[in-house]
Design a protein around this ligand. Structure first.
Ligand code: F6R
Ligand code: MG
Length: 369
């Protein structure tokens, strides 16, 4: 309805210090974040909030009526992460300097280190949302599930059973190398979409809207990831937000895409490939070889801007087999040791000693006759 207030759900993510190493978050950091956001809610700066964590990354969920890219909301998230970082420094937690690439706030979280996903909508009669967050992986982690949820009727029967979804969905895709973006429609341009989205380290699906009315349905946190001159300047801690039901995929259709623990980039030293394991909140502690990569899912009803929840969506035995498969795939992948494709290609590795190795060996290389 025109004139009805729009609610914005802003989800900010950052890595401001790990406990122990890169495994988890110390409870003091979560308390610090909650105190800050509680104060902001009391002052009326936000309607509601929730603090989550996956592995060593913190996630701040905030609802408000200021729209996306609001300076005050971004600054609140920035100051909250800064306060968490100070608590981490005090406890000498691990790599507290990592998540914030600037010292002072410059007006937006964009290019500052943290990730931010924001979705603005007029609340429907009932507004079920899912917020997923992953750890030990990279921005392209959502490409495969987003494709399956919004373009594959074998995952989402609603695409052919719900008249409101028959026209399909459009995908905004970022080209991380060229610093460009493109929007492709499904089903018409499905092959082009797959041609791009399958290259997960270069082309990242950043948001999805419904074709019939351009209503936004999903957005990922790297949409405003730190792309400067076509290069990612800091790691994003990946999150994705979904609105569900009534012309959008059902909660169960979104969840179904995670029953297959697909292979993702960014495990150990940001340089390995492994399966994405869906876990309940209390199991989001990647300890084996810093992994395997994890994903959590928090379900909420947004009611007058309030976040009613969370429900811990992967706390369900129907995901036991996905977890078991992920463990089996972990054993299999680990047996490759430093060999590709467990180790990522040279160009995609976050850490590499290769230039030093090549320099040490340069005089021993002989031309092939
Ligand atoms: C991967 C990750 C960890 C670290 C690894 C080495 O995303 O965060 O696997 O890369 O534990 O950590 P540093 O370089 O801090 O010794
Ligand atoms: Mg991290």
């Amino acid at each position: 309805m025109p004139g009805e207030p729009k609610v914005t759900l802003s989800v900010a993510t950052a890595d401001v210090g790990g406990f122990v190493g890169h495994v988890s978050i110390h409870p003091e950091l979560l308390d610090t974040a909650k105190e800050r956001l509680y104060g902001a809610r009391e002052k009326g700066a936000i309607i509601d909030f929730h603090v989550l964590r996956c592995g060593d990354d913190i996630e701040l969920l905030m609802t408000h009526e200021n729209g996306p890219d609001d300076r005050e909301v971004h600054e609140l998230a920035w100051n909250t992460f800064k306060a968490c970082q100070e608590a981490a420094v005090e406890l000498k937690l691990y790599a507290a300097e990592k998540g914030m690439v600037r010292d002072v706030f410059t007006g937006s979280l964009r290019r500052m280190g943290p990730g931010i996903a924001e979705i603005e909508f007029i609340e429907r009669k009932s507004e079920p949302v899912l917020v997923l967050m992953a750890n030990k992986t990279s921005v392209g982690v959502w490409n495969l599930p987003l494709y399956r949820i919004f373009a594959d009727p074998f995952n989402t029967p609603g695409l052919i059973l719900d008249p409101a979804m028959l026209d399909g969905f459009s995908f905004r895709i970022l080209d991380l190398k060229e610093g460009k973006e493109i929007t492709l429609r499904s089903p018409e341009e499905m092959h082009y979409l797959l041609a791009l989205a399958g290259s997960v380290s270069r082309y990242v699906i950043s948001s999805v809207h419904r074709n019939s009315d351009r209503e936004p349905v999903a957005v990922i946190s790297s949409q405003k990831c730190n792309i400067v001159g076509g290069k990612i300047t800091a790691r994003c801690e990946p999150a994705v937000v979904f609105r569900c039901h009534v012309g959008f995929p059902a909660v169960g259709e979104v969840m179904e895409a995670f029953a297959f623990p697909h292979l993702v980039e960014g495990w150990m030293r940001g340089s390995h490939i492994g399966p994405l394991m869906p876990v309940p909140f209390y199991e989001a502690n990647p300890t084996r070889f810093d992994g395997p990569p994890r994903v959590i899912a928090a379900g909420f009803q947004v009611t007058d801007g309030r976040l009613i929840g969370p429900h811990d969506m992967f706390d369900d035995p129907s995901f036991d087999e996905a977890r078991r498969t992920a463990n089996q795939v972990t054993d299999y992948m680990r047996r490759h040791g430093p060999f590709q494709p467990h180790r990522m290609p040279q160009s995609e590795m976050e850490y590499t000693a290769m230039p030093i190795v090549l320099d040490k060996l340069k005089d021993k290389f002989k031309k092939i006759e």
